[in-house]
Design a protein around this ligand. Sequence first.
Ligand SMILES: Cc1cc2nc3c(=O)[nH]c(=O)nc-3n(C[C@H](O)[C@H](O)[C@H](O)COP(=O)(O)OP(=O)(O)OC[C@H]3O[C@@H](n4cnc5c(N)ncnc54)[C@H](O)[C@@H]3O)c2cc1C
Length: 369
Amino acid sequence: MDKTNITIIGAGVCGLATSYLVSKEQKDILVVEKNDAFGRETSSRNSEVIHAGIYYPPDSLKAETCIRGKALLYQLCKENNITHKQLGKILVAIDDEEFEKIKEIKNNAEKNGIKNLRFLDNGELKSLEPNINAKEALLCPDTGIIDSHQLMKFFQDESKKKNVEFAYNIEVVEIKQEESGYTVTVKEPEGELFSFQTKYIINAAGFDSDKVAQMVGIDIKKNNYKIHYSKGQYFRISNPKKFVINHLIYPPPSKTDLGIHITPDLAGGLRLGPDAHYVAEVDYQINEKDKGTFQKSVSRFLKNLKEENLTPDTVGIRAKLQAPGEDFRDFVINEESDKGLKGFINILGIESPGLTACLAIAEKVKKLL
Ligand SMILES: Cc1cc2nc3c(=O)[nH]c(=O)nc-3n(C[C@H](O)[C@H](O)[C@H](O)COP(=O)(O)OP(=O)(O)OC[C@H]3O[C@@H](n4cnc5c(N)ncnc54)[C@H](O)[C@@H]3O)c2cc1C
């Protein structure tokens, strides 16, 4: 192919959701992905939680796309038999300080229009979660879990039915603006370079999206587009039957992450994590020495959890616009005409709740085209 109308860079959940929605109306779409299949990076290395939208500041894109995305995702799952479960989540506070924090979360959720959160009394908590210890507990019924692989496969397969082309094992290495669009140069697996023209580019390159933005000449420092990597590790409970857990169990969040939580998965397993550490490079190695920190953190509210109950699981990398020490940063979903780059759409900083928000992000991109 030497010409295409729309090029989507990245076959993570955001690129795929965009291809799915946009291909319902537009033709001639190409998805370019450097790995040999979809969802090999962050989109398959996360908690697979459908978030309710309770944490994010009112009027932020994170709040808006999470709440809209949650509704769209539940509907899509129901209509297309994508495996999911609306388990509900319980936020636990083990002392007065944490109780203040979960009260603030309830207030924030209400500002975001989510009014179904309620505190559980001790008896209720005991009957819902006999293995959990907490001074106070807040139930959030909207939260669920989803099979993210099935979701991404659905997006890819539906896109293919609309003749979207998927170029796997192909890495975008250069982008040049032309009079009526862009010339994209890609590297094939054997190292050969190949160029084609495109009118629109959607940059959905996850934690590499700042590098793709740089390729077209965007000054990422000046525009505050630099992506910082935050590594999140998971450990798995090796004998989950011993620790029956029926909901997602979360401590209060910190300024940069949601705290090490307990996530039941769809196969009946239990995962703990993710933790959060800024790192200079992408690295998917788990540090077994952190097992102790996980045990300490979660045994505050999960009775009888011992280090020997934990085995290393996966690692994911958050694509954060928020630099270490910085305050909240929102998603960026922007058509870059104001930078002289007509038809170039950046979606940047899509950390959590990006999986939940994927369809709402895609809707926004569709409007920008
Ligand atoms: C530890 C962790 C836990 C999380 N938990 C949740 C959760 O429970 N719920 C939730 O809603 N969200 C969660 N998230 C966030 C969610 O996983 C992400 O927001 C989402 O997966 C981002 O998808 P993406 O498509 O933007 O990026 P990615 O999935 O990273 O996809 C980007 C793709 O672009 C490709 N690419 C990059 N550069 C190039 C190039 N030059 N040429 C070609 N291809 C390229 C990459 O190979 C990759 O496949 C979590 C994230 C992490 C890290």
